[in-house]
Design a protein around this ligand. Structure first.
Ligand SMILES: Cc1cc2nc3c(=O)[nH]c(=O)nc-3n(C[C@H](O)[C@H](O)[C@H](O)COP(=O)(O)OP(=O)(O)OC[C@H]3O[C@@H](n4cnc5c(N)ncnc54)[C@H](O)[C@@H]3O)c2cc1C
Length: 401
């Protein structure tokens, strides 16, 4: 019998398993794919990831990035250079495998190619079942992503409301390193690369293009709250315009669609002996779609609570996970929802923000700080509102209305 069974070896599961093992628990991590497994993702990491993990992840970093280019409708281009800010890009197969390796080093037993099919409640624990195998534990963590079988099987959540989901289509497209440099360099002298955001790509969302060493991540996504629209048509139009503007041909044969669960901390994340973390808990920024940082944060908190619960022989102590997660991320997520509802309310709002930011470096800095979590979003949203009201009162009032 394990102290803790973790289902899903993404950033949330690997970090949860590692944290619990560091503290002395006997932990198994179960993954349905073969590790390393790829995951459809932009693979952009915000700077705070570096302070959140206590081991070196630089091996998995593809590019360190200090610049962003925002392409706004109809053909506005806003370049932001922040030498003081370091964001990163990674390939998810490499990055996630590194986290799993770190978990292994701490004694976590890792089994892959095993798909968990259901969860059973026992008198003194839980049992997860797959084809032919079963694993018993005192506690269970569901780190199995947006379609979490753990959430459904334990009854914590049957399905997502449409207001919690963003839909994406994306592809990793191979390019040579020199082509990547050419595509993303914002100046020929320093070869500085940028994360590119395309606000014209789709209504109620955005498109992105992020550089890796020998490929790019190209994708679009939008909030489903405003109804389902033809994502494939928007994707085709986006790729077409991207090809024309960059003068390249894009092979989209590897394209995939995916759902992203947007954060709101008002739903249940704990049931008898079970906690949900990362995407399984719906912890993705409704502004940017960033989820890796929140997966790692929630995984670490759940690992700590699992340890305390086993130490105290008190399974009810896992309730503490919801409280600590709320304390760590609750204010951030409610501020993020407020901001996201303003930005993605209409394309008029996106245009207003871009008009204000176009030649305003203070506002551009605020936007970067907000998007990359450099300062508390709760404070920065008031700074942004004050700045807009002082310098662009009419536009600001339209936006905040
Ligand atoms: C198109 C797209 C682009 C994105 N871009 C970014 C970005 O640039 N930056 C960012 O921070 N975030 C991004 N995200 C969000 C980010 O990918 C997720 O928030 C993050 O992967 C969540 O990590 P996780 O560990 O919770 O879940 P996942 O990474 O989804 O891992 C879940 C794991 O559980 C396994 N699993 C599932 N079911 C079972 C089962 N039944 N049995 C066993 N194992 C199972 C899966 O195989 C998987 O390995 C993006 C998401 C999408 C869809």
């Amino acid at each position: 019998m394990y102290d803790l069974v973790v289902v899903g070896s993404g950033p949330a599961g690997a970090m949860c398993a590692r944290e619990a093992a560091v503290r002395g628990l006997h932990v198994i991590l179960i993954e349905k794919e073969r590790i390393p497994r790829n995951k459809l993702c932009g693979g952009a990491l915000s700077p705070r990831i570096m302070d959140t993990v206590d081991f070196d992840i630089s091996k998995a970093v593809q590019h360190e990035v200090h610049c962003a280019v925002i392409h706004a409708p109809p053909s506005q281009r806003i370049e932001i250079i922040r030498e003081d800010v370091r964001a990163f890009t990674v390939k998810r197969d490499e990055f996630d495998a590194l986290l799993v390796d770190e978990a292994r080093k701490e004694g976590v037993e890792v089994v892959d190619d095993i798909k968990v099919l259901s969860v059973e409640q026992l008198k003194t624990g839980i049992r997860v079942l797959s084809h032919g195998d079963s694993f018993k534990g005192h506690l269970l963590v569901g780190a199995d992503g947006v379609n979490s079988i753990v959430a459904r099987s334990t009854g914590i959540r049957r399905k997502w409301g449409s207001d919690r989901i963003a839909l994406c289509i994306a592809a990793d497209i191979p390019f040579s390193p020199s082509e990547v440099q050419q595509l993303f360099s914002i100046d020929a002298d320093s070869n500085r690369l940028a994360l590119e955001i395309y606000l014209w790509a789709v209504e109620y969302g955005y498109g992105w293009c992020f550089p890796r060493q020998d490929e790019i991540s190209l994708g679009i996504g939008y909030k489903m709250k405003h109804g389902v629209r033809n994502l494939r048509a928007a994707w085709k139009a986006f790729v077409h315009r991207f090809e024309k503007e960059k003068g390249v041909e894009i092979d989209t044969s590897g394209q995939k669609a995916h759902r992203i669960p947007l954060a709101r901390l008002d739903s249940r994340l704990v049931a008898r002996r079970t906690m949900l973390v990362g995407d399984a808990a719906g912890l993705v920024s409704p502004i940017t779609g960033e989820g890796i940082y929140y997966a790692i944060r929630s995984g670490i908190i759940a690992g700590q609570v699992a340890y305390e619960s086993v130490r105290d022989k008190n399974p009810l102590r896992i309730k503490e996970y919801e409280r600590r997660l709320g304390q760590a991320l609750g204010t951030e997520f409610s501020a993020a929802n407020f901001v996201s509802n303003r930005i993605y309310k209409s394309s008029r709002n996106v245009n207003l923000i871009c008009e204000m930011a176009e030649n305003d470096s203070t506002l551009q800095d605020y936007i970067v700080d907000l998007a990359l979590g450099i300062r508390s979003i709760n404070r920065i949203r008031f700074d942004i509102a004050k700045h807009m009201l002082r310098h662009y009162p009419r536009k600001a009032l339209k936006l905040l209305r």
